[in-house]
Design a protein around this ligand. Structure first.
Ligand SMILES: Cc1cc2nc3c(=O)[nH]c(=O)nc-3n(C[C@H](O)[C@H](O)[C@H](O)COP(=O)(O)OP(=O)(O)OC[C@H]3O[C@@H](n4cnc5c(N)ncnc54)[C@H](O)[C@@H]3O)c2cc1C
Length: 434
């Protein structure tokens, strides 16, 4: 695990109870931050419900939730009125409330988005406008000569200052959500990889149309309704209940560099570039971590495995999956040049450091080492468009319509998790329980 302080004891229910002995009102597939936050929210709303989380790994938060920048985003970038924009700002406030109430270590270190030239200044002004429309709190423009009063060594033409942006260990937060959930009576089953769904049969072998068997290799769990929040595998879970393959998940690794400890004093806040509007990711940035480390990154390179944290991680099934999907080739055509540049910068990280040195000129290649990586579950449609907003989908048929899939919960999904949990719970209440 790459996260700090993420070791947090919650009780795995496997040893207490066999999952197949109970019929759950709701089973949540996926023990990342979206699944755990939503299971917790539903248990709060419906204490009488039997709810379980099933997770394929032997710990929670093992994938995107445990491999990210650890930033509490303030909602600057997202298209006004999009679900993403609304849930990020709501999630920001809910997160700070939760972190404060639960004494979870976090810091409101702020964030600078720094323009380096005239065309970026124009984009920065647009971004500022967007942040205001999104109700992003206390955002302000910083002129060139004032940038160093926010970050001593930082250089640029103009910047946006976001005082509410913070840092936290999201894996730790996810484990807290799971602990709350268990304390309210919820069950968490680890090492439970969902392999399919089937109608449950009653003892007289007749189909019981009210129950779903959530299947794993040698066991199953019975549920009246199912919610899947499976991150990098969300499309596979959706297809299992009859949904279309699109949007498909294409894994993109984000690799970080680590600033050597003796130079950590150079960075005290998050420093981001103005994002290139033609590219889907925010760009390589400086991020202070809760343990005092400074990370530079992440880049964005195609991963040959959905859980491929290194170039050498190759999963044939995962590669066949994206190679068979028509949208993948269209995406490749659109992003051939930036894709090649990203690969080059991954191979020769001095090139990535050169980008970072535009912001902090004191940073040199010999001050950094290769750091950890995360893999983004990037949703892609058949036309090769990267899907930016949240996507929900129901399965098909009598059984499928009782299974709700969260197919896309991209960054800032961790920041938004408590708001996403409310959003999904409203949907569950309306569609399943009203
Ligand atoms: C490099 C990177 C940087 C990011 N930076 C930030 C940031 O700074 N701030 C921010 O707010 N967001 C950030 N994000 C986004 C954020 O991490 C995600 O939006 C969020 O973690 C998504 O949570 P999730 O629960 O949907 O997915 P995940 O955390 O991936 O959880 C899904 C879970 O489902 C389980 N699962 C999958 N298939 C099955 C199955 N068949 N059976 C049982 N279990 C299954 C997986 O094992 C996994 O535990 C970043 C993401 C990445 C990759």
């Amino acid at each position: 695990m790459l996260t700090q302080n993420s070791c947090f004891s919650f009780e795995n229910s496997n040893h207490k109870r066999s999952p197949s002995t109970t019929t759950y009102d709701l089973v949540v597939v996926g023990g990342g931050i979206v699944g755990c936050a939503t299971a917790r929210e539903m248990k709060k709303r419906r204490p009488e419900f039997k709810i379980a989380i099933v997770e394929k790994e032997n710990e929670l938060a093992k994938h995107q939730t445990g491999h990210n920048s650890g930033v509490i985003h303030a909602g600057i970038y997202y298209k006004p009125q999009s679900i993403k924009a609304k849930l990020c700002v709501e999630g920001l406030h809910l997160s700070y409330d939760y972190l404060n109430k639960n004494n979870i270590p976090h810091k409101k270190v702020g964030k600078l988005i720094v323009a380096q030239n005239k065309s970026q200044v124009a984009q920065l002004d647009n971004l500022h406008e967007r942040a205001l429309q999104n109700n992003c709190p206390d955002i302000k423009i910083v002129d060139k000569d004032k940038i160093s009063s926010y970050e001593g060594k930082c250089k640029g033409e103009k910047a946006i200052w976001s005082p509410w942006t913070g840092i936290v260990d999201w894996a730790l937060v996810c484990n807290h959500f799971a602990k709350d959930f268990q304390q309210m009576g919820g069950d968490v089953f680890l090492n439970f990889e969902v392999t399919g769904f089937a109608e449950a049969e009653d003892s007289s072998a007749k189909i019981d149309s009210h129950h779903i068997r959530v299947l794993s290799k040698s066991k199953h769990i019975k549920a009246k309704h199912v919610l899947t929040c499976a991150g990098l595998h969300s499309d596979r879970l959706a297809v299992m209940s009859g949904c279309d393959k699109s949007p498909a998940i294409v894994p993109f690794r984000g690799e970080y560099l680590l600033l050597n400890k003796e130079h950590s004093h150079l960075v005290s806040t998050n420093i981001y570039p103005v994002p290139n509007p033609k590219l889907p990711f925010l760009g390589v940035h400086f991020t202070p971590r809760i343990n005092g480390d400074i990370w530079l990154g992440p880049n964005a390179v195609l991963a040959f495995s959905r859980e491929g944290y290194r170039w050498s991680d190759i999963n044939i099934r995962d590669c066949i999956d994206f190679l068979k999907f028509p949208g993948f080739y269209k995406l490749g055509l659109k992003y051939t040049y930036p894709g090649m540049i990203e690969i080059l910068k991954s191979a020769f990280y001095s090139l990535a450091v050169k980008d970072c040195a535009k912001f902090i000129p004191d940073v040199k290649t010999d001050m950094v080492t290769r750091g950890p990586a995360g893999v983004r579950a990037q949703a892609l449609d058949r036309d090769g468009n990267l899907v930016d907003d949240f996507v929900f989908d129901y399965g098909t048929g009598e059984m499928g319509k009782r299974i709700l899939h969260c197919r896309n919960a991209p960054s800032p999904g961790a920041t938004s998790s408590l708001a996403i949990a409310k959003y999904i719970s409203n949907k569950l209440e309306k569609d399943f329980y009203s």
